[in-house]
Design a binder for this molecule. Structure first.
Ligand code: URA
Ligand code: CA
Length: 425
């Protein structure tokens, strides 16, 4: 059979396994503009129904990774990376990476911006006055050599095939396919050049994956893909039914990350616990490192990165013109807070984006004054809302009154659900 888009589409439609050459031809050709959207749309739907086996998914992942720039950090030694599938109040990157760098790990982190109800690390860092998130590849490398850690926004031409495919999946009902999600995430990690990768796969109401069984399948596939391409990958499945942190909104989240690093009383327990697990798993990937965590050293490493990238922590403060406190009316426990609903409230306050490129406000957000699971008495402060105008404040407060539940039972789902480690180490 000759190598044509038509033949490859019908072969997958009929449930056969594709060769590496066929996948290269189709997806490589699409990235070069040689194959039209409508044929790839049909192919994606065929994959949605027929699936891809592990080897086909690895072939797809590598073809995608090679569609643009491939970063190489070989002169830095063993380089680590971390990726989260996206959540609410997920500030772990700002805690985990400094902890890992303080223990001798090397991390060249490329991060994204938030979209929808989930946040992005670059938006959070830009809440620190002066912080520069645009670094050249050389600056990134030099900083990792000097202090072990640099965090920058994605620039250049990294995995253009994923940008094209994701946009097409988004409008053709083919996002929710495990091999397509796995290849999308892993192609970016592979092009990013790290040797060891920890994936935080969020599960629950505020996550991309709502179901633990689906999340486990995705995690296992990504770990297997890593082994197939010579990377050490560990996946941590973590709960995203509720926000991870007491703080949601960019400035509030940076302050909370600092509270965890400094060990401030009342800091978010779930955020701390997940950060510890992620940091330990990252350190375990580099066999030359000890996995002991030192929070004061981690805080110093965070300060070093901020200073090196031009940020001024003394100017980090919350200055929202409108504020309202939500007081508990019954005694009990902080027993639930739907992460998706909270994420939407925070986005609508102006902390996140509805569409790409929208301007965001660092100062708005929601701070829980209690942690999920805490006991709470009548008349005690449950949450504080920070807004830039009165209408948004009122709407957020009224929505949160429905979403924040004080009940007879504490929220007790563990934050770390499972850890899946790759084979070769
Ligand atoms: N995140 C990604 O980067 N890609 C997907 O397909 C889904 C989530
Ligand atoms: Ca094959």
């Amino acid at each position: 059979m000759s190598l044509t888009a038509y033949n490859i589409i019908t072969k997958k439609r009929d449930g056969f396994t594709l060769s590496k050459e066929e996948i290269n031809f189709l997806i490589g050709g699409y990235a070069k503009g040689e194959i039209p959207d409508y044929q790839i749309a049909a192919f994606l739907m065929a994959v949605f129904f027929q699936g891809l086996d592990e080897e086909e998914t690895a072939d797809l992942t590598l073809t995608m990774a090679h569609s643009g720039d491939m970063l190489k950090f070989d002169d830095l030694g063993y380089v680590l990376d971390k990726h989260s599938t996206g959540g609410v109040g997920d500030t772990t990157t700002l805690i985990v990476l400094p902890l890992v760098a303080a223990a001798g790990g090397k991390i060249a982190k490329l991060s994204g911006r938030g979209l929808g109800h989930t946040g992005g690390t670059i938006d959070k860092l830009e809440a620190i006055p002066g912080f520069r998130t645009t670094l050249s590849n050389q600056e990134l490398k030099n900083q990792v050599l000097d202090i072990g850690l640099a965090i920058a926004g994605q620039t250049g031409n990294l995995v253009p095939a994923d940008k094209l495919l994701y946009a097409l999946r988004d409008v053709t009902g083919t996002v929710e396919s495990i091999p397509l999600i796995a290849s999308s995430i892993m192609s970016k990690k592979i092009a990013g050049g790290a040797h060891g990768i920890v994936l935080d796969v969020k599960v629950g109401k505020g996550a991309f994956m709502k179901d633990i069984n689906e999340a486990r399948k995705l995690a296992k596939l990504m770990v297997a893909l890593g082994s197939l391409v010579g990377k050490r990958v560990t996946a941590v499945l973590s709960d995203m039914d509720v926000p991870l942190s007491k703080a949601q909104g960019n400035t509030l989240e940076v302050i909370e990350a600092i509270n965890v690093l400094k060990g401030v009383e009342g800091r978010s327990k779930r955020l701390q616990e997940l950060s510890e697990v992620l940091a330990t798993e990252m350190l375990a990937l580099d066999s030359s490192l000890d996995t002991t965590l030192d929070f004061p050293k981690g805080y110093n490493s965070f300060v070093q990165v901020v200073e090196r990238q031009g940020g001024d922590l003394s100017k980090l403060s919350l200055s929202a013109p409108f504020k309202e406190e939500i007081i508990t009316e019954t005694r009990g426990y902080f027993s639930d807070a739907d992460a998706l609903a909270v994420g939407k409230v925070v986005r609508d306050l102006g902390a996140g984006r509805r569409v790409k490129g929208e301007k965001i406000d660092s100062n708005v957000g929601v701070l829980f004054n209690k942690d999920l699971g805490d006991e709470i008495k009548e008349g005690e402060l449950l949450a504080t809302v920070y807004a830039s105008n009165k209408n948004q404040l009122d709407e957020a407060v009224s929505n949160l009154r429905e979403v924040l539940v004080v009940g007879p039972k504490p929220y007790d789902k563990p934050v770390v659900l499972e850890v899946i480690r790759g084979g070769s180490r």
